[in-house]
Design a protein around this ligand. Structure first.
Ligand code: UDP
Length: 339
């Protein structure tokens, strides 16, 4: 029995594939390479000694998905494949709904009539919007997400809840806070395709001289230093949470289950703290200037992680400093690869 990992060559997907293989799962990857490169497969192989079966196609092509499911005995799916750029989703909402929802629906159409009962979904803390109270726990009321991207995640969760109940399946909805860092081997990480939207990749490219200056969006938030606060979780810790969530779902005995977990560290860090942390961890300078707030950004978000700790026996253990070091090591690896 194998685990189907969609988007398995992407940022979080590839780190999860490594953890799955190291936990003795057989992995089948489907990825259309729209936001990554096949080269990541080599990294997975170097780290684990295993080269997982890889199918390069878009999940909207249901007939190709059918062929994969006919060819392999699949026990569970971890579904990462999705567009994820918040700003882009505002410019191309229909592309986001089409890609993120059709791929999910194709998977569920296939699974509902097959004996594939376990499904892990990449969701996001964006489903909470700006929560009224911190920390955010799983019962914190959901608000309309600010972006079309966020709405695809919210809709995906609703679709999966209906799927679990109507078709007696087991689903786990994992709400990520802000993933950062790269594998300690520096053999896999987030590939820089275009100008980064996220804070840590932008900091890293500024330190490397690829970007002239980091813009810090907003100096007037009601926080201690005036910059916005997020919960930055190390990507390998996040990947390990997927393995824990998968094992729980697989071993769950009754035929229907809806699990929901916040995956963060439980600690909020401001933008300035992350910039200073990166400089200290890596002994480099990051040039920055303050700019107005970015549209759609919230002030503060950090997780209550006690449910995942209690039920999955999982806890993020890597410090912000350690995670930021791996980001820089990955940058060095990319530079040596390009030179
Ligand atoms: N941010 C910033 N400059 C950048 C990118 C991000 O100041 O170039 C800020 C952003 O406004 C937010 C925080 O960093 O307060 C985290 O942003 P990111 O896009 O990484 O994650 P998200 O907005 O999804 O939490």
């Amino acid at each position: 029995m194998a685990i189907l990992v969609t988007g398995g060559l992407g940022y979080i997907g590839s780190h999860t594939v490594v953890e799955l293989i190291q936990s003795n799962f057989e992995v089948i990857i489907v990825d259309d390479l729209s936001n990554t490169e096949k080269y990541i497969l080599d990294g997975i192989q170097k780290i684990t000694g295993v080269r997982p079966v890889f199918y390069p196609f878009d999940l909207k092509r249901r007939e190709l998905l059918t062929q994969v499911l006919e060819a392999h005995k699949i026990e569970a799916c971890i579904h990462f494949a999705a567009y994820k750029a918040v700003g882009e989703s505002q410019e191309k909402p229909i592309d986001y709904y089409e890609n993120n929802l059709f791929s999910l629906i194709n998977l569920l159409q296939e699974f509902k009539s097959r004996n594939i009962s376990n499904f892990i979904f990449s969701s996001s803390c964006t489903v909470y919007g700006q929560a009224d109270e911190m920390p955010i726990w799983e019962e914190t009321p959901l608000k309309q997400p600010e972006s079309s991207y966020g709405r695809t995640k919210r809709m995906g969760e609703d679709i999966l809840k209906d799927f679990a109940i109507a078709h007696h399946k087991k689903v786990s909805l994992l709400r990520y806070f802000n993933p950062i860092g790269a594998h300690p081997s520096a053999l896999i990480g987030e590939l820089p395709l275009g100008v980064p939207n996220n804070l840590v990749p932008y900091i890293c490219q500024t330190a490397a001289g690829i970007r002239a200056c980091l813009s810090i969006f907003g100096q007037d938030y009601p926080t201690a230093d005036g910059t916005a606060i997020r919960d930055y979780i190390y990507v390998v810790d996040l990947a390990k949470a997927h393995v824990a969530a998968l094992k729980k779902v697989i071993h769950h005995k009754t035929d229907s289950l809806i699990d929901i977990y916040n995956l963060g560290t439980g600690k909020g860090s401001s933008v300035l703290e992350v910039v200073k942390g990166f400089e200290a961890a890596n002994q480099v300078r990051v040039k920055y200037e303050f700019k107005p707030r970015r549209t759609g950004d919230i002030t503060i978000a950090y997780a209550d992680v006690s449910k995942a700790e209690r039920e999955l026996n999982w806890k993020a253990s890597t410090s912000l400093e350690e995670a930021l070091k791996t980001t820089w090591q990955w940058q060095k690896h990319l530079e040596s690869r390009n030179s």
